[in-house]
Design a protein around this ligand. Structure first.
Ligand SMILES: C[S@@+](CC[C@H](N)C(=O)[O-])C[C@H]1O[C@@H](n2cnc3c(N)ncnc32)[C@H](O)[C@@H]1O
Length: 477
């Protein structure tokens, strides 16, 4: 018997099959890679990728774009949960899996556990994607892992991979609601209360926020916007008389009033901050307003419109010249006088005691806007707080220097982290003196659940806004 005859008969080779190209999933994969490799922001990388896909492929339609967006945002938001599930399905540590392989896996897990895509379609589309972007060998690995994942639904997996709540509440919530543990702790410290509230907040962070417009005073009104858009496309804001909420899929770029700057895109929480500052009682004249951290100009545009209605002038100041340029664009067309400058708010060029009203909306970790930036929660580190701390204190200190006695200062962050909110206000008031905290709650009439005061904290799960913080102070000497 010759050697040939001794060999087991070979199975007939599989006919070579060219991997099927799936532009939606390839695009989603490219976006995830850009976020991981280049520290890109999903909301910035996606639009050009979608545009290119439309230019390349006439068949790439709005539904494809919506699916690609959902896959990218959903995968990034739920990354913590999906990583834990994948880790339970492989026999090596997660860190030893190449990041591109993990991206394909997490995209697949999201389709299986976070969408209504049928199981067989989710697995086969992910394996095809793996064949195209990773090669046949790794596609087999992807296939094996996703078949295990498909063996249970999300609740079943969470039972298996999340530690019991009673053993470690924060770890449990971190895995179930896909937030880093330190972020869960920080949000809970600020929110207080029991399990229900924090769970609602963490889930709200995983929802896609509505797009909200602001009708800029003197340039448009919410009623005009609502009339133009029609009731199927927009509804009034919940709290701000200037707000209009777009229905799902509404594209602000197609709205004339937005293109012409008569309205802008602005979360209602940001509108409330500007409105509260404008509502705060000042003793004496009320003609000179300052926005000391104005870029890109959302709050400045609203403040400038309100200032114009009262015969006041807004100075919008921003350190980064290109962001000062954006402020200029947002304010162009304002019905009253205003000025935009590029200046460092910690070394202001204006004389102390110049202004009647000052807003300091300081740079921060952005932990209150996690709904908008799906990758931010994974990128932020607790050490970032230390980086912001001196700047936040210096900006608030200088805001108090800039306002005249009897005038008011609003200190705002888009983070509820106590180290960026109350701790800053308390430290600066203690160290500098000469200012008193005002109760900010009556400045937001009709808005419930603002906390015990005197500062206010908005929450996505309570107000449907970003978690904006505002403390209002009056300078007393
Ligand atoms: C949270 S954002 C302000 C958002 C803005 N109020 C709005 O509603 O569009 C903080 C801004 O402060 C700016 N900034 C950072 N350091 C600054 C400084 N030392 N002086 C003034 N602005 C500064 C940042 O460039 C950023 O544009």
């Amino acid at each position: 018997m010759n050697d040939q005859a001794k060999r087991r008969p070979r199975k007939p080779g599989k006919p070579y099959r060219r991997p099927q190209k799936d532009p939606v999933r390839i695009l989603a994969f490219e976006a995830l890679r850009a976020v991981d490799e280049r520290d890109a922001y999903a909301n910035l990388v996606l639009p050009p990728l979608l545009r290119k896909a439309r230019e390349r492929d006439e068949g790439f339609d709005a539904r494809d774009a919506a699916l690609a967006t959902e896959l990218v945002y959903g995968t990034l938001r739920r990354q913590g949960t999906y990583d834990a599930i994948v880790a339970a399905c492989i026999d090596r540590p997660l860190r030893e899996v190449d990041p591109p392989v993990l991206d394909v896996l997490n995209l697949g897990v999201h389709q299986l556990l976070g969408t209504r895509i049928p199981t067989h379609a989710a697995v086969s589309a992910s394996v095809e994607l793996a064949r195209v972007v990773l090669g046949d060998g790794r596609a087999k690995f992807v296939n094996a892992v996703l078949r295990k994942v498909a063996g249970d639904d999300l609740d079943g997996w969470l039972e298996k991979v999340a530690p019991p709540y009673d053993d470690d509440p924060e770890d449990h919530l971190a895995v179930v609601h896909s937030h880093p543990r330190w972020v869960v702790s920080a949000l809970w410290d600020s929110l207080g209360g029991g399990r229900g509230g924090i769970e609602d907040l963490l889930e709200a962070d995983n929802e896609r926020p509505e797009v909200t417009l602001v009708a800029r005073p003197g340039r448009s009104t919410a009623d005009e916007l609502l009339d133009t858009l029609g009731e199927d496309s927009a509804v009034p804001g919940r709290w701000s008389p200037y707000a209009v909420r777009l229905a799902e899929g509404g594209e602000p770029g197609r709205i004339d009033a937005v293109r012409l700057g008569r309205a802008g895109v602005q979360d209602e929480g940001s509108q409330l901050v500007a409105l509260a500052l404008a509502n705060a009682p000042v003793d004496g004249p009320d003609t000179k307003w300052l926005d000391g951290c104005a870029g890109p100009g959302g709050k400045a545009a609203l403040l400038a419109g309100l200032a114009a209605e009262r015969g006041a002038v807004l100075l919008a100041s921003e350190k980064q010249p290109h962001r000062a340029g954006l402020v200029g664009q947002a304010l162009a067309g304002n019905p009253g006088p205003y000025q935009v400058i590029a200046a460092d708010g910690t070394r202001p060029p204006w004389r102390p005691g110049t202004f009647d009203r000052v807003l300091m909306d300081v740079p921060c970790t952005g932990l209150g806007a996690l709904r908008r930036r799906p990758e931010a929660r994974w990128r932020r580190r607790p050490e970032d707080l230390e980086g912001f701390a001196p700047l936040q204190r210096s900006l608030l200190h200088n805001a108090l220097e800039s306002v005249r006695v009897g005038g008011v200062v609003g200190y705002a962050t888009c983070s509820p982290h106590l180290a960026e909110t109350r701790a800053v206000v308390d430290d600066v008031l203690k160290q500098r003196g000469g200012a008193e905290l005002l109760d900010a709650r009556p400045l937001l009439p009709g808005v419930p659940g603002l906390g015990e005061g005197p500062d206010v904290q908005l929450w996505p799960h309570v107000h449907g806004t970003d978690a904006m913080y505002l403390a209002v102070m009056r300078r007393v000497n």
